[in-house]
Structure formats: structure tokens, C-alpha cells
Design a protein around this ligand. Structure first.
Ligand code: NAI
Length: 452
């Protein structure tokens, strides 16, 4: 099938590459000329494992094209995917302006009959609004707008796209649903993924409710972690015990520094805003957002207390991406955590395997280092903030030798506390009191609780 992709970020590029690999003829377009230039040279503008190889494979099939003129992308396409950003407005609702602009731009170019596929995450009712915008330009009848939310995760985007848990098609136009079923046919044949065909409103709601729910799992386990720390339990074991219940499952039960990224915070805010707008406040989600925002700065204050850091102390932060295997720093915990350290008068040295160029634009006063050991040099404390696999393989002895102090905060619980202690460092995880041999942490926590 002839397909156009408008917006080649994490979602658009993955969708384009994967649809091309599935045998479709795909033309991708983006308004960002720098991005188009890289793509035309076969280089992904984002860090995503496997993307470059997948682009090469699609190029060999001659089924993936990057075109700088919008008209060249849209002309003749049977399905036009809109995968542009939907950032937050100040009140938490989504900013639909990028999608609205894209809808206006493609409207005069569509060939009859075209399905406009909204891949971007949108609040309920948005597809109807986009439909109206296109109808205002070309009248009704020769196009339909369908919601087709995407559930991929950065860091495993291609695999997630190619092995979806479900495909959601939201449209009441039979021609549009037939087009999308045909488009995903090769994927469904390979994976047996369930396809839910429903209204655009339901599809829009599924995506936001799903993300709000996943974010709540993270928010919940983070609060459990804080309780574990006070009460002398280890959240990693508690989470394992909870997750073994098939009704709950183990995913998204890793305690940490709070959720970030381009989706969960924004989508939770949008879901809450939708609730307010409809007079049905989503109180669980409202509380979740507040707690998650507070957590990032609270952890920065916690390390000062635990490591007894004074003004001028040096803190090494390992990891600034919002999670491992991506260079995305949008709403990363680091963006709140590092300024909160600096506000206390600490000097921050930092390293991330992929995200430093993007993070440097947001965090100008950080000393960026070429690896974890350089970051740790002269540091009073080291903090692991992103769960990069490299950090699980650190030479802890070497790290400890480079440091001035001896406290290591593992805010992703990825290290073995015993291994850290064996190298002469004091280990603090998240919610990990009650570890064997770690009574001191527990006692200290009780002292803090008593002091409060
Ligand atoms: P992104 O910011 O990485 O990419 C958006 C791209 O759209 C940019 O390259 C921008 O230049 C381009 N663009 C904006 N207006 C345009 C226009 N009029 N014509 C052509 N290109 C235009 O965004 P990302 O992360 O790919 O997200 C896109 C949507 O997908 C958002 O709604 C997001 O919530 C949703 N989503 C994102 C996921 C993720 O993991 N990043 C996962 C699932 C959904």
C-alpha cells in the first residue's frame, strides 16, 4: 500500500521503517530540514537501537523514501499517517496545534479516497476536530480520519512495533477500517496481534487511559519504596512478590526517581485535564502527577542529607536520559534533579552514553564527562539516575578509587548492594532498607522518622 508519514520523530520514523519492512511503499516527510537531511543520508536523527540497520534493510527493498516536499509524500497515498508532537499546554491539556497545522497542510493534497491516520497521542474528541479541519478545506466524502494510537517504547521501538500487544483502529468509516486492516495485515499474520476496531473516541481514550494506568503503577511502587525505606523492607523483593500475582504482573513495578519521558508525564496531565474539562476529575491521576513531580526534587534533598554534603560538594550523576537505550531527555528526572542539586550549592559532573548532546541544551551548568569514571573523579557522591546496562557493569573498585567521598546512590536499584559495599562505598538504593547486612540504613531511617 502507498503510505505517507508526516513527522519523523520516534513514532513516525519507526512507523515508516516498519511499514516499509512489512512490504508497503512508504514516503516520510518532516518539516525539520536538518532531520530530513540526516534521514536522506541513511542516518537516524534519534538514537534508537536497531534503527539504522532497519533503515538500511528498508532502503534495500527500495520501499522507504524521505521526501522534502510534503506534496510528494502525500500525493497518491492511500493512508497518510500524522505522527507529529502533541506537547502539553500550561493547563495540562494537549497542544493540538501541530496536528491541526499538519491537517491543514495535507487537506488540499489528498487523493480520493484517503485515510488520515492519527498516530499521535490525542485527547478524546481530537480526531473529530481534525476531520472538521480537513472537511473545511475539501468537503466531505473522499477522506476519513482514524485514530490509531501507538504503544511503542523508546529503546525497543522497532521490536514493539513489530510485536504489538494489540492494534487499535478507531473509526466508524468502513473504508478507513478496511484500509488499516489491510495495512496491518502482514503484521497480524506474523504475530496474531488482536485488532480492536472501535470508535475514534474509544481509541483515543484507550491510549490515554493505558498510559495513565502504567504511570500509576510506577507512582504506586515509588510510594511503596518510600514506605519500605522507613519500615525496614526491600522494595525490590516486595515488588517481585506483588508482581507474581498474575492479576498485577511484574511490569512497571521498578521503584526509581520518578517517571519521565515524552509520554507518561504529558499523557497523565492530558488525561487529568480531560477529566477536569468533562467535569469528572481523575483524582488518582491528579495525585500521581503531583507526587511524581515532587519526588524528583525530594530525592536531590535526600542525598544531601544522607551523604552529609555541604555547599560546594561534587556530585556525579550517571545517566540523564529518561530511561536506558534512548537519547531522549524530555521530562527526564535529571532535568529536575540536577537543578535541585545545584540549588543546594553542589557542583554537578555528569555522564550519559547517548543523551549528553540533547541534555547539554537543557542543563548548561553541568560538567559533562567522557565516561562514568571521569564523572566520579573527585566526587563526594555518585548517583545512578538512568538504568543504562553499562552502569550495571561498572568497575566499582575503579569508581570508588576515583571518588573523594564514598557514597553511591543507586536510584534505579540496578547494583548489588554487597558488591558496592565490598568496594568500600556506602550504598543507598530506592526503598532498599532491610537488605541483609544493611541494618545501618534502617536504623538511620528510624532516626530520621523520629526526628520528623
Ligand atoms: P517527536 O517530537 O520525536 O517527533 C515529531 C516530529 O514531527 C518532529 O520531527 C517534527 O519536526 C515533526 N513535525 C511537526 N510538525 C510537522 C508538520 N506539520 N509536518 C511535518 N512534520 C512535522 O515526537 P514523537 O516522540 O515521535 O511523538 C509523536 C507523537 O506520538 C506524540 O503525540 C507522542 O505523544 C506520541 N507517542 C510517542 C511515543 C514515544 O515513545 N516517543 C510513544 C507513543 C506515542
Amino acid at each position: 500500500m502507498d503510505v505517507a508519514i508526516i513527522g519523523t520523530g520516534y513514532v513516525g520514523l519507526t512507523t515508516g521503517v516498519c511499514l516499509a519492512l512489512l512490504g508497503h511503499e512508504v514516503r516520510c516527510h518532516d518539516v525539520d530540514p536538518g532531520r530530513m537531511d540526516k534521514l536522506a543520508r541513511g542516518r537516524p536523527p534519534i538514537y534508537e537501537p536497531g534503527m539504522e540497520q532497519a533503515m538500511r534493510a528498508a532502503a534495500r527493498k527500495r520501499s522507504l523514501h524521505f521526501v522534502s516536499e510534503l506534496a510528494d509524500a502525500v500525493r497518491g497515498a492511500k493512508a497518510v499517517f500524522l505522527s507529529v508532537g502533541t506537547p502539553s499546554l500550561p493547563d495540562g491539556d494537549i497542544d493540538l496545534s501541530y496536528l491541526e497545522a499538519a491537517a491543514r497542510q495535507i487537506a488540499p493534497l489528498l487523493a480520493p479516497f484517503t485515510t488520515v491516520v492519527v498516530k499521535s497521542t490525542v485527547t478524546v474528541g481530537s480526531c473529530r476536530r481534525l476531520e472538521q479541519i480537513i472537511r473545511d478545506v475539501r468537503g466531505a466524502g473522499d477522506f476519513a480520519v482514524a485514530a490509531n494510537p501507538e504503544f511503542l517504547r523508546e529503546g525497543s521501538a522497532i521490536d514493539d512495533f513489530m510485536h504489538p500487544d494489540r492494534i487499535i483502529i478507531g473509526s466508524d468509516d468502513e473504508r478507513a477500517t478496511t484500509t488499516l486492516k489491510e495495512l496491518y495485515g502482514p503484521l497480524v499474520a506474523r504475530t496474531d496481534a488482536p485488532v480492536l476496531v472501535t470508535s475514534a473516541e474509544n481509541a483515543e481514550m484507550v491510549k490515554h487511559a493505558a498510559n495513565a494506568f502504567l504511570a500509576m503503577k510506577i507512582g504506586f511502587i515509588n510510594e511503596v519504596a518510600d514506605l519500605c525505606e522507613r519500615a525496614g523492607a526491600d522494595v525490590t523483593t516486595v515488588a517481585k512478590g506483588i508482581g507474581l500475582d498474575q492479576r498485577i504482573g511484574p511490569a512497571f513495578l521498578q521503584a526509581g526517581p520518578g517517571f519521565g519521558g515524552s509520554c507518561f508525564p504529558k499523557d497523565a496531565r492530558a488525561f487529568a485535564a480531560t477529566g477536569r474539562r468533562n467535569g469528572v476529575p481523575q483524582s488518582l491521576v491528579e495525585t500521581l502527577i503531583e507526587g511524581n513531580d515532587r519526588r524528583k526534587t525530594a530525592l536531590a534533598r535526600r542525598i544531601a542529607f544522607k551523604a552529609n554534603l555541604r555547599k560546594g560538594a561534587v556530585v556525579a550523576v550517571l545517566g540523564v536520559a529518561f530511561k536506558a537505550a534512548t537519547d531522549d531527555v524530555r521530562e527526564s528526572p535529571a532535568l529536575a534533579f540536577i537543578p535541585a542539586l545545584q540549588d543546594q550549592g553542589f557542583v554537578v559532573r555528569a555522564f550519559d552514553p547517548q543523551a549528553m548532546p540533547t541534555a547539554a541544551k537543557e542543563l548548561p551548568d553541568v560538567n559533562w564527562c567522557s565516561d562514568a569514571y571521569e564523572a566520579a573523579t573527585g566526587a563526594d557522591a555518585v548517583v545512578i539516575l538512568t538504568d543504562w546496562k553499562n552502569f550495571t557493569e561498572l568497575d566499582l573498585g575503579r569508581l570508588s578509587e576515583r571518588m573523594k567521598g564514598s557514597t553511591l546512590f543507586d536510584f534505579r536499584n540496578i547494583l548489588q548492594p554487597e558488591a558496592v559495599a565490598a568496594c568500600g562505598m556506602t550504598y543507598f538504593g530506592v526503598g532498599r532498607a532491610g537488605l541483609p547486612g544493611d541494618k545501618r540504613q534502617y536504623v538511620e531511617k528510624r532516626a530520621v522518622a523520629a526526628a520528623n
